[in-house]
Design a protein around this ligand. Structure first.
Ligand code: UDP
Length: 326
């Protein structure tokens, strides 16, 4: 029995692949290398190609005894999605539809899907539970919500059961130091702060100091990438035992401001990281904090790295040993 992981050479995907391999799963890792890294394969069987390539998928499903798909492959640059929505609807939505079509053709009826807190948009209440109203503020979030909607219909009509993992802010790196976060270009807060600590950039820009939060900077819920990986494995086990289609929000339920993140990074790295307060970034909600109560009670999810300091320590361990990425 094997599992198809899409985008398994990327940041979250590679950490899930490592966890799957460590517990003895056979992983076929389909990645088109648009953002992935071959060095992140972790012993999986890598196939280079697109999730929208129906013939390639047919070949994979005909060759391997695949029971389920973990679907990470997607573009995820929110700003880019506003400028070029077509890129997001073609890659994230249309290519997912193509893959689902071939999954149905081969009778593969289980999927763990990487969704996002971006489906909620500006929250009405925090912490955000699964049934919070969905109102994405950008095409990236919209593409993720559309796939959830498709998956709900496919579950009802074709019995293709899926679990939608809605990540809040993925951060940190595997403590082994073998894999970590390497986006080019980088636009996430923690890796940028650590690049500033390494002297690779002069300072970190704080996007806005006049938000309605205690210190005026945005608040986010950071969750360790290994904890996300663990959640995927729990989801897979649940699907294999017959779990019906559902969604889970994944965070730690604790919000940290941009200034707090920078302060903890100063403590962890021992570096005086220079910060500069600049204009707000368009499309940023002030506060995003998850309620993960549902996955805790349904699947027994228990984060191993819930505190921000440990999350940043593991990220620092990766960045200082791989200053230029893989
Ligand atoms: N942020 C910042 N400076 C940066 C990058 C990000 O102040 O150079 C802020 C951003 O406005 C947000 C938080 O840090 O409030 C987390 O941003 P990130 O891009 O890491 O994740 P997002 O919350 O957008 O998914």
């Amino acid at each position: 029995m094997a599992i198809l992981v899409t985008g398994g050479l990327g940041y979250v995907g590679s950490h899930a692949v490592k966890a799957l391999i460590e517990r003895g799963e056979h992983v076929v890792n389909l990645d088109n290398l648009s953002y992935g890294h071959l060095e992140a394969a972790c012993g999986s069987k890598v196939v280079i190609g697109d999730i929208g390539d129906r013939d390639l998928l047919r070949k994979i499903f005909a060759t391997h005894d695949i029971d389920s798909v973990m679907h990470f492959a997607a573009f995820k640059d929110v700003g880019e999605s506003v400028v070029d929505p077509q890129k997001y609807f073609l890659n994230n939505l249309a290519n997912s539809l193509a893959m689902l079509e071939v999954m149905l053709e081969f009778g593969i009826r289980m999927m763990i899907f990487s969704s996002s807190a971006a489906i909620f948009g500006e929250p009405e209440v925090v912490p955000i539970t699964e049934n919070h109203p969905k109102s994405p503020t950008n095409p990236y979030g919209r593409s993720k919500l559309q796939i959830e909607e498709v998956l709900a219909e496919y579950s009802r009509a074709y019995g293709l059961r899926s679990i939608w993992m809605r990540y809040f802010n993925a951060a940190g790196a595997d403590p082994s130091g073998l894999i970590g976060e390497d986006h080019k270009p980088e636009f996430h807060l923690i890796p940028l702060v650590l690049e500033a600590a390494l002297g690779k950039r002069e300072s970190i820009k704080i996007f806005g100091n006049d938000w309605k939060t205690p210190d005026g900077t945005c608040i986010r819920d950071y969750i360790h990438v290994n904890d996300l990986a663990q959640a995927h494995l729990l989801g897979l086990d649940a699907l294999r035992k017959g779990k019906e289609t559902t969604a889970y929000n994944l965070g730690n339920g604790n919000g940290y401001s941009v200034k707090e993140v920078i302060e903890v990074a100063r403590e962890v790295t021992g570096k005086n990281i220079k910060a500069e307060e600049v204009e707000r970034r368009e499309g940023d909600p002030a506060v995003l904090v998850a309620s993960s109560e549902k996955i805790i009670s349904d699947l027994g999810f228990q984060p191993k790295f819930p505190d921000l300091k440990t999350i940043i320590e593991t990220a620092w361990n990766w960045h200082k040993n791989h200053p230029d990425g893989y």
